[in-house]
Design a protein around this ligand. Structure first.
Ligand code: FAD
Length: 308
């Protein structure tokens, strides 16, 4: 979708919003799949309510893009514009064992920044690509920890009130790859309470997690991490592997031969290829195990409802 309305275009600079025309989301997503749209880069969070009011007032649909590492986006000209929070400088400020983090900050950078200053707890998140905001939306986690456990306060643009509010961590439900935020809520800044421990100890934890990832995941290939959630008590990867589906493909979309719950784009996979592969795998798991797999990847596709 293109922003052609001059009233919108002329109001953007005073809100500190940069308009990037005709951006291919395939260049901004880790799957390297996704069509083209205008991207609005928001430099100052406080203008977000005004920007959203402006877009809604002119009937311009919009979605929020983080680091693009958990997204499967449809091809072609997209029927909505993308908003993206501009990456901050350092993005992290420390006070004792509290970290104040801009939600556009890179998650890996945040974990290492805190680690080097003797603040740990988030070692499992090393190697999870994307932004802090994306991690909060999904309650990202790995190796027995989830980011939600460390959240004390969040500044969030709330869809319901159309204003920026500060929520206490206890007011938010953080569940396995799911949170109680409304689809249109946008996380802007977070206060995390971390665990004081020596850098050397944190580094050891980081190295262990890195090694586990390197030995089990196709890290140098185009993926969105795990494509399906694990049903309670079960491993989706093991179920798919058990059905002999590693290497199974539709077009250039393929079940990784390294980790069966990572689906990769081996070349020019389309969104339709990836969705067809997901449907086929889901059907085979249902037939063999009677288990309905739930997507972990967020699908931005016209015919389907995704998160904002
Ligand atoms: C190689 C690889 C390994 C991975 N390993 C893991 C893992 O171990 N554990 C894990 O949990 N995930 C993993 N992932 C998935 C992904 O990295 C995480 O889900 C990540 O937190 C997504 O963040 P993002 O900024 O890239 O979000 P995006 O992919 O850009 O967006 C995902 C969703 O979050 C929303 N969103 C983004 N930013 C905000 C914000 N500020 N406010 C509100 N909503 C927002 C988007 O609108 C969208 O609905 C992996 C991915 C890859 C490619």
């Amino acid at each position: 979708m293109r922003i052609e309305n001059p009233q919108i275009a002329s109001a953007l600079p005073e809100m500190g919003v940069e308009l990037h025309s005709g951006v291919a989301l395939a260049t901004l997503t880790s799957l390297r799949i996704g069509g083209t749209t205008d991207l609005l880069l928001v430099r100052d969070h406080k203008h977000l309510p005004q920007l959203i009011r402006l877009l809604d007032g002119h009937g311009v649909p919009h979605r929020l893009l983080g680091g693009g590492s958990n997204l499967l986006v449809q091809d072609g000209e997209l029927p909505w514009v993308c908003l993206q929070l501009a990456a901050p400088g350092e993005g992290v400020r420390l006070e004792g064992n509290k970290a104040y983090v801009d939600c556009a900050a890179d998650l890996g950078h945040t974990v290492t920044f805190c680690a080097k200053r003797d603040l740990g707890g988030m070692e499992g998140l090393i190697g999870v690509p994307g932004t802090v905001g994306g991690a909060l939306r999904m309650n990202a986690g790995a190796y027995g920890m989830q980011i939600g456990a460390y959240v004390r306060e969040i500044d969030v643009y709330r869809e319901a009130t159309r204003s920026i509010e500060t929520l206490r961590g206890a007011e938010i439900r953080f569940e396995y790859r799911h949170t109680s935020f409304a689809p249109g809520d946008i996380m802007l800044a977070v206060r995390l309470e971390l665990i004081s421990k020596p850098y050397a100890e944190i580094l050891q934890g980081i190295r262990i997690c890195n090694e586990k990832r390197r030995s089990s995941q196709p890290l140098n290939q185009r993926s969105a991490g795990c494509i399906f959630k694990n049903p309670p008590g079960l491993s989706t990867g093991r179920m798919i592997d058990g059905l002999g589906l590693k290497g199974f493909r539709v077009g250039d979309a393929m079940v990784s031969d390294r980790h069966a719950n990572f689906f990769i784009n081996t070349g020019r996979a389309t969104c339709a290829d990836m969705l067809a592969l997901m449907a086929e795998v889901r059907e085979r798991v249902r037939a063999a195990h009677g288990v309905e797999l739930e997507e972990e990847v967020i699908v931005w596709n016209d015919e389907r409802k995704g998160h904002m």
